[in-house]
Design a protein around this ligand. Sequence first.
Ligand SMILES: *[C@@H]1O[C@H](CO)[C@@H](O)[C@H](O)[C@H]1NC(C)=O
Ligand SMILES: *[C@@H]1O[C@H](CO)[C@@H](O)[C@H](O)[C@H]1NC(C)=O
Ligand SMILES: *[C@@H]1O[C@H](CO)[C@@H](O)[C@H](O)[C@H]1NC(C)=O
Ligand SMILES: *[C@@H]1O[C@H](CO)[C@@H](O)[C@H](O)[C@H]1NC(C)=O
Ligand SMILES: *[C@@H]1O[C@H](CO)[C@@H](O)[C@H](O)[C@H]1NC(C)=O
Ligand SMILES: *[C@@H]1O[C@H](CO)[C@@H](O)[C@H](O)[C@H]1NC(C)=O
Ligand SMILES: *[C@@H]1O[C@H](CO)[C@@H](O)[C@H](O)[C@H]1NC(C)=O
Ligand SMILES: *[C@@H]1O[C@H](CO)[C@@H](O)[C@H](O)[C@H]1NC(C)=O
Ligand SMILES: *[C@@H]1O[C@H](CO)[C@@H](O)[C@H](O)[C@H]1NC(C)=O
Ligand SMILES: *[C@@H]1O[C@H](CO)[C@@H](O)[C@H](O)[C@H]1NC(C)=O
Ligand SMILES: *[C@@H]1O[C@H](CO)[C@@H](O)[C@H](O)[C@H]1NC(C)=O
Ligand SMILES: *[C@@H]1O[C@H](CO)[C@@H](O)[C@H](O)[C@H]1NC(C)=O
Length: 409
Amino acid sequence: MRTIALLLTSLAAAASARLSCKVKPLGGGQDDGPNILAAFKRCAKKGRVTLDQYYVVDTLLMTTGLDDVEIELSGVVQYTPDIAKWSPQSYYLTYQNATTYWFLSGNNIHLYGGGTLDANGQIWWETYKNNQNSGTAGGSSRTFARPVPLTVGNATNVVIEDLTQIGSPFWNNFVYQSTNVTYRNINISSVSYSDTPTSNSDGWDIYRSSYVTITNSTVNNDDDCVSFKPNSTNILVSHMNCNGSHGISVGSLGQYAGTPDIVANVSVHDIIMKNTEYGARIKVFGGNPSPDSTAGGGTGYVKNITFANINVEKTDTPIFIDQCYSTDADICAQYPSKLTISDVHYINITGSSSGAEGSVVVDMQCSTNCTDITATGTSLSSPNGTATYVCKNIVSSSQLDFNCTAPSS
Ligand SMILES: *[C@@H]1O[C@H](CO)[C@@H](O)[C@H](O)[C@H]1NC(C)=O
Ligand SMILES: *[C@@H]1O[C@H](CO)[C@@H](O)[C@H](O)[C@H]1NC(C)=O
Ligand SMILES: *[C@@H]1O[C@H](CO)[C@@H](O)[C@H](O)[C@H]1NC(C)=O
Ligand SMILES: *[C@@H]1O[C@H](CO)[C@@H](O)[C@H](O)[C@H]1NC(C)=O
Ligand SMILES: *[C@@H]1O[C@H](CO)[C@@H](O)[C@H](O)[C@H]1NC(C)=O
Ligand SMILES: *[C@@H]1O[C@H](CO)[C@@H](O)[C@H](O)[C@H]1NC(C)=O
Ligand SMILES: *[C@@H]1O[C@H](CO)[C@@H](O)[C@H](O)[C@H]1NC(C)=O
Ligand SMILES: *[C@@H]1O[C@H](CO)[C@@H](O)[C@H](O)[C@H]1NC(C)=O
Ligand SMILES: *[C@@H]1O[C@H](CO)[C@@H](O)[C@H](O)[C@H]1NC(C)=O
Ligand SMILES: *[C@@H]1O[C@H](CO)[C@@H](O)[C@H](O)[C@H]1NC(C)=O
Ligand SMILES: *[C@@H]1O[C@H](CO)[C@@H](O)[C@H](O)[C@H]1NC(C)=O
Ligand SMILES: *[C@@H]1O[C@H](CO)[C@@H](O)[C@H](O)[C@H]1NC(C)=O
């Protein structure tokens, strides 16, 4: 009896034991990518991959099919600054020509440890600035494609925490076709050492994903702090510190005629923004007469969005809606957007604008009626005199706690 009980206990222990794969760096600038991939392969099911030292990575990290995997990243993973190599070898994603260094995929993944992901951005930013052939968005040309340091793709039930990200060539994080992904305590810094801008250095982009939480994180960059791209639903962003960014953005949406884009059930609260172009921003393309337009004309909706407790300082436009985004004013007047915006709530948006837009602190311009847009607790000032609030086609203007003026042109 006793032997059997012992045997059962040890069987249970064996069944619950976690495989351990610790990666030893090769040193001397050699590529640790193959050993990291081997560790993920061996520990792909119920394993723990430990990255506790300094690793040089010159190989695409496709870590897919993971199932119940812990990743202890307490060291530094640094991607080589080899543009000629990474441009063709980074993994091509199907949105805005984005590519990635690391495609993290599977179910039940936990990345933690307080380590750093360094993508050597400076050389990419300089090259992007000087490269006539850099392509649009991520690049795409395969001779110059700026990869995303960490993509959580085709994944479910993922937690990423306690991570520092520096020097991303492009967006820092991409949540791609995934569900139930949480990021917390992430410190992002995309800051150039020269006057070269860090173009497209978004903190996060979310695409075709739901139940995504981003919390308690710091972003120092020069593009969106967080951006909700097509088909982002049930998203929570809170307790963020965004500096130097373009704010927290819904969109851009509605770019492609015939494709519905949806952003719904989003809560953004307790955010501190400094030196940003926008605060709470929604950008949607106007309409377009062409059925195969790639510059507006898309359908879909933006619905049930709440921005609460956002404090801004030196923000050009704290509250912004543009439903003629990247669309010629005449075309937009003739072909208003087919993508509706409704059920958007601004609660306690406070602080001061930069004055870059004169005295404007709120600029909400819809090309078709936007409905059920409300604001309470708004307290925004401008260094350029009495704050002004510009609204167009906001049919619920009586539910705003400020008086709108019409756009001047
Ligand atoms: C991807 O890059 C190609 C080539 O530069 C360009 O034609 C295309 O418009 C880009 N796509 C997007 C979505 O930016
Ligand atoms: C991700 O999922 C899509 C759709 O299911 C599939 O086409 C694609 O091959 C997957 N990509 C990877 C790298 O697993
Ligand atoms: C979401 O993922 C977390 C972390 O893996 C997990 O604990 C939680 O149960 C998941 N939630 C749902 C609804 O599956
Ligand atoms: C928030 O992040 C900071 C700095 O990364 C950390 O010290 C703090 O413990 C985090 N707070 C919570 C509630 O996770
Ligand atoms: C974020 O990292 C930078 C260095 O990249 C550091 O200076 C800063 O103190 C960190 N901030 C937080 C909140 O951890
Ligand atoms: C978004 O979801 C809608 C409805 O499911 C779908 O028709 C559309 O193709 C999706 N758009 C994208 C960009 O995935
Ligand atoms: C915040 O952004 C401003 C403007 O981009 C920059 O000058 C400043 O150094 C940043 N602050 C921190 C703490 O990085
Ligand atoms: C609105 O979005 C919030 C998340 O921000 C969600 O909790 C709520 O259920 C949504 N409301 C509806 C009617 O879907
Ligand atoms: C808005 O601010 C008021 C006063 O500071 C506070 O009582 C209320 O809880 C805030 N609203 C939200 C949604 O946090
Ligand atoms: C706002 O005021 C500042 C001085 O306070 C001035 O330098 C700036 O030109 C003004 N901006 C606009 C757009 O009026
Ligand atoms: C837009 O709203 C206004 C004011 O409520 C209304 O008069 C007008 O008919 C609406 N337009 C459309 C196209 O629904
Ligand atoms: C809006 O204008 C009305 C009428 O001029 C005035 O009574 C009201 O106090 C103003 N509201 C605000 C928030 O300025």
